[in-house]
Design a protein around this ligand. Structure first.
Ligand SMILES: NC(=O)c1ccc[n+]([C@@H]2O[C@H](COP(=O)([O-])OP(=O)(O)OC[C@H]3O[C@@H](n4cnc5c(N)ncnc54)[C@H](O)[C@@H]3O)[C@@H](O)[C@H]2O)c1
Length: 335
């Protein structure tokens, strides 16, 4: 199987590429290696993949339609794993255009390429942030997602709608993955677990939003990778039993499905900081702040669809996952 994997130099993309290469698949990585966070970390991830004979890398931008269509035409992938995006909730208030370019124009280019060069399965990253202002927990795929509270979330919701339309119109089997706060070794420096760890080692203060009254369904990267690889093989079919009167949420007549991939075990922010203090051996200097704009108080995944369809659910406890992360951090940054 040949997989075109966008975002291959990114955190989740790197792990998925490695898992697919280990399984013997051919992986064509696509990434623009932008500097939203330290590009050296992206290069270091790529260095791990490059020695594999089944790996090729295309350095290009999703917003460059000719580059996307050209890569699809040249490579003729069987499956597309589309993970490249402008991530981050807070940055979407500072630089909205980056989200329009990568997550809207870039996403459309991927859909157009799948239309021009049919693929067996398009799997793409969505986000738990689509649940927005919802407070009913756990968040289920059948819940409404009509109240996004950040531009980032709105672009992910738009991706789901665009993919659904193309799936129905052009018979493109498509699966959207709502990831819940992914963490682990080789992770993203802009995320709290990473920036807090850095601050603890450097003796700097950390900003604790909503005065610490936050919960996140932290999901360990190995669990995310296992779920993604299983779902790549689980190609959705049209469902003639679906009815539009009233429309059954979370399912479709199109060959299109959505899944939550989360640990279904929310962790209190203050507990998470205590675990990091223990693992780093450094006390945190907490600066309590109000809720940040665009943020949500709690995330919590209902993963019953994932369990039913691929017989797997994330389960790594935060203590184990953060221990692996801090071990990697010490080694990588030599602290
Ligand atoms: N990590 C999480 O907690 C999380 C949670 C929910 C959803 N997601 C989604 O999962 C996906 C992977 O996230 P990640 O944590 O690995 O992020 P990441 O930023 O580490 O990886 C994304 C990669 O895409 C590349 N990229 C961005 N814009 C591009 C463009 N226009 N053209 C080509 N390449 C481009 C970046 O250079 C980067 O290497 C993203 O779609 C993200 O929105 C992640």
């Amino acid at each position: 199987m040949k997989v075109l994997l966008t975002g291959a130099a990114g955190f989740v993309g790197f792990y998925c590429a490695r898992a697919l290469l280990e399984r013997g698949e051919t992986v064509v990585g696509f990434d623009n290696l932008n500097d939203y966070y330290d590009p050296a970390l992206k290069q270091a991830r790529l260095e791990q993949l490059r020695p594999c004979a089944n790996f090729r890398f295309v350095h290009a931008d999703l917003a460059d339609k000719a580059a996307v269509l050209g890569t699809f035409a040249a490579e003729k992938p069987d499956v597309v794993l589309h993970l490249a995006a402008q991530a981050g909730v807070r940055y979407s208030l500072q630089n909205p255009q980056a989200y329009v370019d990568s997550n809207l124009s870039g996403f459309m280019n991927v859909l157009e390429a799948c239309r021009a060069q049919p693929v067996r399965h398009l799997v793409f990253a969505s986000s738990s942030s689509v649940y927005g202002a919802n407070t009913k927990v756990p968040f289920a795929v059948s819940d409404t997602t009509d109240h996004p509270v950040s531009l980032y979330a709105a672009t992910k919701k738009a991706n789901e709608a665009l993919a659904h339309a193309y799936s129905d119109l052009f018979d493109i089997p498509a699966t959207g993955l709502r990831f819940f706060t992914v963490y682990g070794p080789w992770g993203r420096p802009d995320m709290a677990y990473f920036s807090f760890t850095r601050a603890l080692f450097e003796g700097k203060p950390i900003e604790v939003y909503n005065h610490g009254d936050m919960e996140r369904d932290f999901t360990y990267i190995d669990d995310i990778t296992s779920a993604v690889v299983r779902l790549l093989d689980h190609v959705p079919q049209r469902d003639p039993s679906w009815t539009g009167n009233p429309p059954v949420a979370g399912r479709s007549r199109a060959p299109y499905r959505l899944y939550n991939i989360g640990n279904h075990s929310p962790v209190r922010l203050l507990h998470f900081i205590e675990v990091l203090e223990r693992l780093t051996g450094r006390p945190a200097q907490k600066v309590f702040k109000p809720m940040a704009p665009g943020d949500v108080q709690r995330t919590y995944a209902d993963v019953s669809d994932l369990r039913r369809d691929v017989g797997f659910e994330p389960a790594t406890p935060i203590e184990d996952g953060l221990a692996s992360f801090v071990r990697w951090y010490r080694q990588y940054y030599k602290v």
